[in-house]
Design a protein around this ligand. Structure first.
Ligand code: MG
Length: 226
C-alpha cells in the first residue's frame, strides 16, 4: 500500500518567513515609496487571496501608493535584498519551524511532497540548509506550473502522480485553502497565534472547509492521532 501523502507549502509552513519574505516586501515597498508598510497590512493582502507571489504583491502595493515602477525593477530589488551576496540576504533570517524529530516521525507514516510559489531553486536552497535527510518528492515550484495558486494545477499533478492514494495539503494562506478545495484534497491550515490577523485567517480556513487548523507543523501529529 502507498503511504499517504503530505504535501507541504513552504513559506509560513515549513519555514517562518516573518523576517525574510515579509520583511523583503516591507523593505521593497519602502525603497520605492518611502512608506513603511505594516505587517498587518501585508497579512490583509494575503487574506484577500490572489497575492501569493510576493514580487507581484510588492509591485501592487507600490502602485497603490501612487508610484509607477516597472515590475522587473521591483523584482530585481526584492531578489537583491532577499538573496543578498550569499552571506547577508534576508533569506538567512528564515527559520525552520519543525522541532527535532517531528518531521522524521511523520515521515515514517507519510510520504512528503512540496508545492510552493517559490522558484524551485530557492526552495531547494532552504531544504539543503534545514531538511537533513528528509526527502520531498516531487517539488513543484513557481516555474513548474502554468497557473499559480489558488489554481489547483500543481497540487492536482502531485496527487495524480500519487495514484489516487490519500493526500493532504498543508498551507498557511487562503489561496492554499482554495487550491486544496478545488483539487478536492483535504486542507490543513497553519494559523500562528502570532499572526497579526489570526482570527480572520482561522475564519477564512473554516469557510474553505479546512480539515484541521493548527498553530504550526509541530502539532500535525495530533491531527493524525487515532
Ligand atoms: Mg505560504
Amino acid at each position: 500500500m502507498n503511504k499517504p501523502l503530505l504535501v507541504f507549502d513552504m513559506d509560513g509552513v515549513l519555514v517562518d518567513v516573518t523576517e525574510s519574505y515579509r520583511e523583503s516586501i516591507a523593505r521593497t515597498v519602502e525603497r520605492f515609496t518611502g512608506v513603511r508598510i505594516s505587517r498587518e497590512s501585508i497579512q490583509d493582502y494575503k487574506n484577500q487571496g490572489g497575492w501569493n507571489d510576493d514580487w507581484e504583491l510588492s509591485h501592487h502595493i507600490i502602485s497603490q501608493n501612487g508610484v509607477q515602477v516597472p515590475f522587473d525593477q521591483v523584482k530585481d530589488y526584492f531578489q537583491e535584498i532577499f538573496l543578498g551576496n550569499g552571506s547577508d540576504g534576508l533569506i538567512l533570517r528564515e527559520q525552520w519551524v519543525a522541532k527535532p524529530d517531528v518531521l522524521e516521525r511523520l515521515n515514517e507514516r507519510f510520504r512528503f511532497a512540496l508545492f510552493t510559489g517559490r522558484p524551485k531553486e530557492d526552495a531547494q536552497l532552504t531544504l539543503d540548509r534545514f531538511a537533513g535527510a528528509l526527502k520531498f518528492h516531487p517539488i513543484v515550484g513557481m516555474h513548474e506550473v502554468e497557473n499559480h495558486k489558488p489554481h489547483p494545477e500543481g497540487l492536482l499533478r502531485i496527487v495524480t502522480d500519487h495514484s489516487g492514494g490519500t493526500a493532504f495539503y498543508v498551507g498557511d494562506t487562503v489561496d492554499d485553502a482554495r487550491c486544496a478545495r478545488q483539487a478536492r484534497v483535504p486542507f490543513i491550515g497553519i494559523a500562528a497565534p502570532s499572526n497579526p490577523r489570526y482570527i480572520d485567517l482561522v475564519f477564512l480556513f473554516q469557510e474553505e472547509g479546512a480539515y484541521a487548523i493548527v498553530d504550526d507543523i509541530n502539532y500535525l501529529e495530533e491531527v493524525f492521532t487515532e
